[in-house]
Design a protein around this ligand. Structure first.
Ligand code: AMP
Ligand code: MG
Length: 325
């Protein structure tokens, strides 16, 4: 079964094509704000502008024609409403014109399922860290339960905001990582973990303040050490609660080597296994939507067209996991 997946929840417009478990194409085009943070309407306009081109590129990469597509999947939520609407409209018109079934899938769960497929993790605690999300998730009684999450600013967003304040180019995450590698002095910063939930706003603001009289490299180093220790603590607690011995790291921030290292060390100490996702499949992309589309379609069939409106705050634990047998 050849499934075309569409991603449009935030800054990335992506189209991926899967033939069962095999990625045939995965093309993304990312909106970058001219200044400041992401502007939802501008991002949606970007998606409208590039969607036909991205589709052609994906078909080219897969060496397929439109008529070869058997199923259309799209990210139904959670995300920014104008962006979600653009993706849903594009998906509906594509499915109608090709006369193929359509399925709407959950963005966060798509990150987990492509991660499991590509890493070999079977039943992990997933740490999903991106620009818009920070969640600690594990499968329990038929649903992906959110054991812990961010209470304010998601990790990627906090790194990007800090980066802007520090005069680093957007996105800030990778630049903070590079600077942190040159730092060595630990500066005390607020560490806030409540149960398995985390708060990054105070930490980010304090780190910005430290820029006035500390070296950028040391502030970046301390920011990473504090943030990632918080994430690692929450993941470890979730493993104990859920009785899992695998960790899967995904989302754009998963590219960070220090975060990978800390989680890996924690796993080694517990006798657990650590997995991460190839970079091209860890950030927002269409292939993961296509793969979850395949899983959902195989287990519970297509969606009715009238059930394909976007769901802005679609929670991970609202979705019945019908495919994990
Ligand atoms: P996503 O929302 O999943 O597309 O991921 C984008 C986010 O990942 C942005 O906030 C980036 O700053 C962040 N990011 C990308 N690479 C890294 C890295 N090496 N270290 C930390 N954050 C990163
Ligand atoms: Mg994402």
């Amino acid at each position: 079964m050849i499934c075309l997946g569409i991603e449009s929840t935030a800054h990335t417009f992506g189209i991926g094509i899967m033939d069962g478990e095999e990625v045939l194409a995965n093309v993304t085009d990312m909106y970058t704000p001219s200044e400041g943070g992401i502007h939802p309407r501008e991002a949606a306009e970007h998606h409208t502008e590039v969607c036909d081109e991205v589709l052609e590129e994906a078909l080219d990469e897969a060496d397929l024609d439109r008529e070869d597509i058997d199923l259309v999947a799209f990210s139904r939520g959670p995300g920014l409403p104008p962006c979600l609407r653009t993706g849903a409209v594009f998906a509906r018109s594509l499915a109608l014109s090709l006369d193929v079934p359509i399925v709407g899938v959950n963005h966060c769960i798509a990150h987990i399922e492509i991660g499991k497929l590509k890493s070999g993790a079977e039943d992990p605690v997933t740490l999903y860290v991106s620009g818009g999300n920070t969640q600690v998730i594990a499968l329990s009684a038929g649903k992906y339960r959110v054991f812990g999450e961010v209470l304010d600013t998601p990790v990627g967003n906090a790194l990007d905001k800090f980066g802007r304040e520090a005069g680093l180019e957007h996105p800030g995450g990778p630049k903070v990582e590079r600077n942190a590698e040159q730092g060595s002095k630990y500066i005390e910063l607020p560490y806030t973990v409540k149960g398995m939930d985390m708060s990054f706003s105070g930490l980010m603001t304090e780190a910005m303040r430290k820029l006035e009289d500390e070296k950028l490299e040391d502030v970046c180093y301390s920011l990473q050490e504090t943030m990632f220790a918080m994430l690692t603590e929450a993941v470890e607690r979730a493993m104990a609660h859920a009785g899992k011995d695998e960790v899967l790291l995904t989302g754009g921030v998963a590219a960070n080597k220090r975060l990978q290292g800390m989680l890996e060390t924690m796993c080694e100490e517990r006798g657990a296994s650590f997995y991460t996702v190839p970079h091209s499949l860890a950030g927002d992309n269409g292939a993961m939507m296509a793969w979850l589309g395949v899983l959902k379609y195989r287990s519970s069939g297509e969606d009715e067209l009238e059930d394909t409106d976007f769901i802005q705050n679609w929670r991970t634990d609202d979705v019945e996991v019908t495919w994990d047998k």
